[in-house]
Write a protein that binds this ligand. Structure first.
Ligand SMILES: O=C(O)C(=O)C[C@]1(C(=O)O)C=C[C@@H](O)C=C1
Length: 287
């Protein structure tokens, strides 16, 4: 039985998404994997890197709040991991508390930083005086308030209300109605080319010199390779130095992508392959 790790505890958006992802994958449905909750994303990804688990399921970016930096940074640090699938899950944030209560009475709001970021306008407009407390996940926030009878609330998934015996004070409190998170499944080997459209994720380490990014992008443009995402993260070596996460259309062994990788190597630009995997086509309700 395959072991898949996710950001827990039970009731997190990650858990909700992994169940839907498994249901969408006939080959995983034949022998259901064992799901293991981890308290943090680095612990989860390093457990996979060290082969304690077969696969890790992690959030990578959200349509409202943007990149999940900790996932990107940890993928950059691990050595034996490849993204093998992506899965887009629609996210509805709910405000949960012990009992129905007027918003003015709520003194504290607990949640994961991504969830707090997705509800920034709601918090500013409706709970301007509530203290915001960041937790390791939305489910951890929900679990924390469930054992203490105070005027505290948590932001998290609808299902967490049932699991932790809480009341739904408000639903869909995120700032953008269409709110979705892209999760990726990460494993130990490169996925094979699919029957449909694939994409390739690369981590490119550019020098801080004039035109460095221009030259990198030029290699893709020359070969008509479509870039679907480019994001920077600090290199963590010095202020103002960045690494770039680039997603391009196509499977990594397709000749034009191989040509780009050779060209970048010749220019001494270092590139780490993060994976090649089937492109997700989310339902139009999501985007
Ligand atoms: O805290 C959770 O419930 C998670 O699964 C993490 C996470 C994230 O880091 O993006 C997942 C989806 C939502 O965007 C909010 C939080």
């Amino acid at each position: 039985m395959k072991k898949i790790g996710y950001l827990g505890p039970k009731g997190s958006f990650s858990e909700e998404a992994i169940h839907l992802f498994i249901a969408s994958q006939p080959e995983l449905n034949d022998s259901l994997p064992e799901l293991i909750a981890f308290p943090t994303i680095p612990r989860l990804l390093f457990a996979c890197n060290d082969k304690e688990i077969d696969l890790a399921f992690v959030p990578l970016e959200n349509s409202t709040e943007g990149q999940v930096g900790v996932t990107m940074d940890t993928l950059g640090q691990t050595e034996h991991l490849f993204i093998t699938n992506e899965f887009i899950h629609s996210i509805d944030q709910c405000l949960l508390a012990h009992e129905p209560m007027p918003l003015e009475q709520i003194e504290r709001v607990y949640s994961h930083e991504q969830a707090i970021g997705q509800c920034r306008d709601f918090l500013e407009n409706h709970l301007p005086n509530a203290q915001q407390i960041t937790c390791l996940s939305t489910a951890e926030a929900t679990h924390r308030i469930s054992s203490i009878r105070e005027n505290w609330a948590a932001i998290g998934p609808r299902r967490a209300a049932q699991l932790y015996n809480l009341h739904l004070v408000r639903e869909c409190i995120q700032d953008a109605t269409l709110n979705a998170t892209r999760f990726v499944l990460v494993g130990h080997s490169l996925a094979e080319m699919s029957d449909g459209e694939d994409k390739t994720s690369l981590l490119v380490i550019a020098e801080n010199t004039p035109g460095a990014l221009y030259r990198i992008l030029g290699e893709f443009a020359k070969r008509h390779i479509n870039l679907s995402r480019i994001e920077s993260r600090p290199s963590k070596r010095k202020l103002g130095e960045y690494v770039f996460f680039v997603d391009v259309d196509g499977y990594v062994f397709a000749p034009p992508i191989q040509d780009v990788l050779w060209a970048l190597k010749e220019e001494h630009i270092s590139v780490k392959l993060l994976g090649s995997y089937p492109k997700a086509h989310p339902h139009e309700r999501i985007f």
